[in-house]
Design a protein around this ligand. Structure first.
Ligand SMILES: Cc1cc2nc3c(=O)[nH]c(=O)nc-3n(C[C@H](O)[C@H](O)[C@H](O)COP(=O)(O)OP(=O)(O)OC[C@H]3O[C@@H](n4cnc5c(N)ncnc54)[C@H](O)[C@@H]3O)c2cc1C
Length: 452
């Protein structure tokens, strides 16, 4: 059994003024992967994380097929499999009138253990960071935790490095400064590197409430309807939660992650107490005719009640520069939430975080860019990122709008749940080898049925 509660040994802190090929700010999945991929390319990397491991991250905890290919490539999959986890074999979609449809994940992907997992981020992120630490240290790099980056340096619009400190506010240690040809912003939705790039250097907006989503999560034990460590995850578009959705994702035997997500501008339109996702969730669990039954013997895991935000990758109406937002420039590339890449329908962000992390290693060449990562390469990265993810993110955005139409959802889910052929067709389409390239995830399938 792999442990995820022991401290991670990250080695010596590099002296003030040290120079690296790449600095990565943020040790979540995107930052850990970016550090590992660049170190595997022979770069001397500095990976910086402000928290000390193990650390929690508010999430639905689903790690889809897109993520798993990278997780495998980085050597993390076997580590994850040595910890308690849930193997996802299907997704249940529920509509406002109580109907539901179960879409199976492709059987062969499931058998190869590549369909999808769910497990607490406390565990998943620990494994990602631990492996990244090993790879970075093997390649002459350094890793620091408990160190918060509070300043990002630039020289004539080119980002050159960062400064930061150990310790919490009020008990800070000395400031240390590091520089590199490339700085990777992987600090999540409030990343100091992307803020510097987007707001300070380019005067563009970092946040957009039409494309940012509020999320609230709790862990519960003993919720009815789940058995064992394999089965469906559930997404419910219930009346009281639309235009958001309510999810129940098992993360190991006997433990589920329960939450609600809603776009922030929509949340603002809600009246009074209804604005609070926490209160909405309480209502669903205690009063909804279906869910109050399922939660009647369940127990809340105390201290697990937390909210966070999801920066969606949906296309902006009139972007000041790149879609969905500027994510690179001279000396800098941003990845994952720091580049606003979360799927606007499913809320999945880890997969796109890992895709962008790997892409940074394609665009950065330590010899060619020893004088600093150039603006032209930054533009190529941004174009490639949107070319790779733009179509899927745009479709997901359309679908996010469609699920607000309760009648359409009721129709679709009702039809799919009554007609066996429709269910078989959904699975058949996913299982078809040729179609599978496009149907990378069941989300896509759901979209294809619904959209013109
Ligand atoms: C409620 C909710 C449910 C979600 N459900 C899912 C899901 O089921 N599946 C899925 O794939 N995605 C889900 N997501 C999205 C997913 O959580 C994110 O997309 C993912 O965590 C992005 O990873 P990241 O590494 O880019 O950023 P993060 O995971 O946010 O990691 C950023 C890291 O940077 C560190 N950091 C921040 N600032 C600094 C600083 N100044 N100095 C040093 N370090 C710093 C942070 O401590 C953190 O460790 C959900 C999100 C929410 C909020």
């Amino acid at each position: 059994m792999e442990s995820w509660s022991e401290p991670i040994e990250t080695g010596e802190v590099p002296p003030d003024g040290s120079i690296f090929d790449v600095i990565v700010v943020g040790g979540g999945p995107s930052g850990s992967a970016a550090a590992a991929y660049n170190a595997m390319n022979g770069c001397k990397v500095l990976l910086i994380e402000k928290e000390v491991w193990p650390r929690d991250k508010v999430c639905g905890d689903a790690v889809g097929g897109k993520s798993l290919s990278h997780v495998k490539e980085l050597g993390v999959k076997e580590m994850v499999e040595k910890t308690p986890h849930f193997m996802v074999d299907s997704i249940v979609f529920g509509s406002a009138n109580g109907n539901s449809v179960k879409v199976m994940l492709p059987q062969d992907e499931f058998e190869k253990k590549m369909a999808g997992y769910s497990l607490p981020r406390l565990q998943f992120d620990y494994m990602m960071f631990k492996k990244a630490t090993e790879i970075v240290l093997e390649n002459r790099g350094a890793v620091i935790q408990g160190f918060s980056v509070n300043d990002v340096h630039d020289d004539k619009q080119r980002i050159t490095g960062v400064s930061g400190r150990f310790g919490k506010r009020g008990e800070e240690g000395p400031t240390l400064t590091y520089s590199a040809s490339l700085t990777i912003g992987a600090g999540g939705y409030r990343c100091p590197v992307s803020t510097k790039l987007v707001e300070d250097l380019h005067g563009e907006p970092m946040r957009d409430d039409d494309h940012y989503c509020g999320g609230y999560r709790e862990y519960w034990e003993n919720v009815g309807g789940f058995e064992g460590s394999q089965g469906p995850i559930e997404i419910h578009f219930i009346e009281e939660v639309i235009p958001g959705y309510f999810w129940i994702f098992p993360v190991q035997e006997g433990l589920v992650n329960v939450g609600i997500g809603m776009v922030i501008s929509e949340q603002r339109k809600q009246k009074g107490a209804d604005k609070s996702l926490k209160k909405k969730q309480r209502w669903v669990i205690e009063n909804h005719p279906v869910f109050k039954e399922r939660f009647k013997d369940a127990k809340l895991v105390k201290g697990s009640e937390r909210g966070w935000q999801l920066p969606f990758g949906s296309p902006r109406k009139s972007p000041p520069s790149y879609q969905p937002r500027r994510s690179a420039g001279a000396g800098v590339m941003c990845v994952g939430d720091a580049a606003s890449l979360v799927d606007p329908f499913s809320g999945e962000g880890i997969g796109n975080g890992l895709v962008s992390a790997k892409m940074t290693s394609k665009y950065f060449d330590k010899e060619l860019h020893s004088e600093g990562f150039p603006e032209e390469a930054a533009q190529e990265y941004m174009e490639d990122l949107w070319k790779t993810l733009g179509k899927e993110l745009t479709n997901s955005y359309r679908l996010q709008k469609v699920v607000k139409w309760k009648k359409v959802m009721n129709w679709f889910v009702g039809k799919a749940s009554r007609k066996k052929e429709m269910g078989d067709m959904l699975t058949g389409m996913i299982a078809d080898k040729e179609a599978q390239k496009a149907l990378w995830s069941p989300w896509f399938l759901f979209k294809t049925i619904l959209l013109p």
